[in-house]
Design a protein around this ligand. Sequence first.
Ligand SMILES: *Cc1c(COP(=O)(O)O)cnc(C)c1O
Length: 363
Amino acid sequence: MDTNTLDTRTLDAAIDKLPRYRVGFYPTPFHQLRNLSRTFGINLYMKREDMAGPSAISGSKTRLAEFILGRALEAGVTHLITQGAYLTNSGLQFAAASRSAGITPVLVLTRNVARHGKLGESRGNYLLTQTMGVETHVIDANGDIWTDAAAAATVDSTIARRKAELESEGHTVMVVGAGGAHPDGFIAHAQTFREMLLQSADAGMELDFIYHTIGTGTALPGMLAAKLSLGHPVKFRSIAIDAYDEDGWINSSIIVERTKAVLETLGSPVPDDATIRGELDIDRRFIGEEYAAPSPESTAAIRELARAEGVFVGPVYTGKGFAGLLDHARTGRIPAGSNVAFLHTGDTGNLFEIPEVVGTIAE
Ligand SMILES: *Cc1c(COP(=O)(O)O)cnc(C)c1O
């Protein structure tokens, strides 16, 4: 055995010993997209984190929530505060998992009023969080939270104020960052990677590429750490929905740090930063105008997948990610005959959002 890698049993044991509140349906399904495989001359599969539960609308944040809530329950947490855009997928999944765990969720959300107008009726993910009766604070922003510093400051002060109020009433509060970013959660998608290894072996093949949509940087570190720790040759291709500038709020240095932290938790040797950085392949050509604005490529990708396979991706994240995959398949960036998986991270609730989010897909 290569001494620079773990065996799968050691990796599984390192994950299994962590506290975990089980609320999702794992392993999530993994299946072939037969018609698109034929069209592009590749073997294309989909890993269905969008079906992780517990509700019909789910995604990659439910798995993070299992590990984060596992620790939260041990620590006697009573309230979980998290933040995001008003159409947040992460907020919905954390709210659902928290409700199940008997922890009270609080959402602090921003709305890009310049693009989406004032909040009118409840739709999409927001409808679902309101149906769960979640305490929600919506803060008007001009642009998104990453470009409107005043809105970002209001988010921070609102979280700090609610945390202090709840604590003064004797509650124990946990704060989880945008997208479910929290040190206890990044290991979750090491398990997703393990499931895909087993499922691709069952399908009689070894994966060459894993495509996914990257935003807040919560899924890649765990998957990449598992790949590195096992010495698996698969390449990740990440399609960005925000900029990933080196001085931006999310960037590849953060991914490297999170990956190292997961490797340490796994008890795996940690390669140098340059080796980890060399694994990153982030394509930023599919962001479109900005976050949560439909792009023609994304709209076309949602339609193409739906019409070929009867499967739906969403307009804010996974449509853009799938648009990147289709482009790479068409332009030969995915060699013929490759075994490819697309990690479906969710976002289908946003198909039921306002037209300024969804675009015109149903024509
Ligand atoms: C959060 C999210 C992403 C981005 O995921 P990260 O792993 O945090 O970069 C992609 N797709 C969907 C549907 C999401 O909710």
